[in-house]
Design a protein around this ligand. Structure first.
Ligand SMILES: O=C(O)CCC(=O)C(=O)O
Length: 286
């Protein structure tokens, strides 16, 4: 599905935005399910629902209220929505990922990261790989834009080429913060590129790319459906932070049962005790 130029861009920069990876009907179904979850959240005052490991599925930001809902994360929406499952398993997004790390591709986890208007949700700078280390780094995070993503509504920001650099520690002073240290953050801010696009576009991101995002300063929501895919021969080395009964599902090609390993060193992450990594990054995951 991708052109050689697009594949070369991804290899050089560690990310690639591709438009129109879902059909209008798929996009409408994703939006309808998310809108219903936001409505439901208005009646809640704490994170709720249950993932397979008992943690909350629907994560509410501090300050959430019925008037200004702060539903910032839905973990593993594919378990509670046919629309999200279909897009994860059979959309042009899967074909694009297969062009980058395939032909054999499997699922690691899914989530929705949402920044509703009036909320303060932001993502501290990090790489995904130290959260989800695998035996090799053919792992792609696909961030599907369920809403249009603009410069104002808290777009994903990336440091082009940083996937070829070191794996940055996410542990500081004996605590897993889920974020890089302050000097690295400052360097990222000076080199950041924003990944914007229309609803239905996806940003495909190499698992070692440095990225983060600022709060939504607009009156429009920013909803991303995030799917982490890996090469079928990349074997996870720690507990899945967003477990589901679909982990390991082969969505493209076929299972080989092979393990491929490449050398690297990192300190294994800590699985969040709270509903999501937002709690770890806020320093409140005691
Ligand atoms: O929601 C975002 O802006 C970034 C998502 C992200 O960094 C992540 O989930 O690892």
């Amino acid at each position: 599905m991708l052109t050689q130029d697009q594949i070369d861009f991804f290899d050089a920069n560690g990310y690639l935005v591709v438009e129109d990876v879902v059909t209008p009907a798929q996009l409408a179904a994703l939006r309808a399910d998310f809108a219903a979850w936001v409505e439901e959240s208005r009646a809640r005052n704490a994170s709720y629902g249950e993932m397979v490991d008992g943690r909350a599925r629907f994560d509410l930001e501090p300050g959430h209220s019925a008037e200004t809902p702060g539903l910032r994360r839905v973990s593993s929406p594919i378990e509670v929505s046919k629309a999200y499952h279909e897009v994860m398993a059979s959309s042009r997004m899967v074909e694009a990922v297969a062009d980058l790390i395939g032909p054999n591709v499997k699922l690691h986890h899914t989530k929705i990261n949402s920044k509703l208007p009036g909320t303060a949700t932001k993502v501290e700078w990090h790489q995904d790989f130290p959260f989800t280390p695998h035996s090799n780094d053919d792992v792609v995070t696909a961030l599907l834009m369920v809403d249009e993503v603009t410069d104002e509504n808290g777009p994903l920001e990336v440091v082009p080429g940083s996937h070829k650099g070191p794996i940055e520690p996410l542990w500081h002073n004996g605590r897993f913060t889920g974020a890089v240290d302050r000097p690295t953050t400052e360097r990222c801010i000076t080199q950041a590129v924003r990944c914007t696009g229309p609803a239905g576009a996806v940003c495909l991101m190499h698992t070692r790319l440095l990225h983060g995002s600022a709060p939504n300063n607009s009156t429009r929501p920013r909803t991303l459906f995030i799917v982490v895919y890996s090469a079928e021969d990349a074997v996870p080395l720690c507990d899945n932070p967003v477990p589901s009964r679909y982990e390991g599902l082969v969505v493209h090609g076929e299972p080989t049962g092979n393990v491929r390993s490449t050398p690297y060193t990192l300190k294994l992450p800590q699985k969040p005790k709270g509903a999501s990594f937002f709690v770890q990054q806020a320093g409140a995951d005691a």
